[in-house]
Design a protein around this ligand. Sequence first.
Ligand SMILES: [Cu+2]
Length: 171
Amino acid sequence: MKNSYLLLLFCTCSFFGVANEVSTEKTGLGQKSLISVEQAYIRSSIPGTTITSSYMIIENKGEKTVTLLEASSKISPRIEIHQHSMSDGMMRMRQLDSIEIKARQRIVLQPSGLHLMLFDVKNPLKAQQNVELTLSFSHNPSVTIQVPVFSPLQEKRAQEADSTAQPAHHH
Ligand SMILES: [Cu+2]
């Protein structure tokens, strides 16, 4: 029980749902982005740890499949795409190489599901802070967004405010 509790602390599941409407979007090189990112947030750091996670909704507004290849930020030298799943009653996660987003599809990164895992975050992330995050895609320009850092309470409130986006619950 203690091990699984620690895992949950690092990476999910205690809070469900997705966050608020803030997020801005800009693209490079004048090429039009067909990707929209909404409700992005990063969890504030748990004291004494250097790992945290980020959640958002990524929508492909185009007519072609786009693949999320990578996420990067100055605050972390290593950001991985992860997927959670239940296995033998335990929440586990594995790394994915990429996420395919089909035409007109919305991909939801949320606790207990897909998420970005940020490693080696040297300076603790505090609520009220914004973090610049760049998402790299195939067949689409990179998207750079300003992602707010949420405290557990803010995350909970955002989830309550957005009851339409309930993920599947696991018991
Ligand atoms: Cu993870």
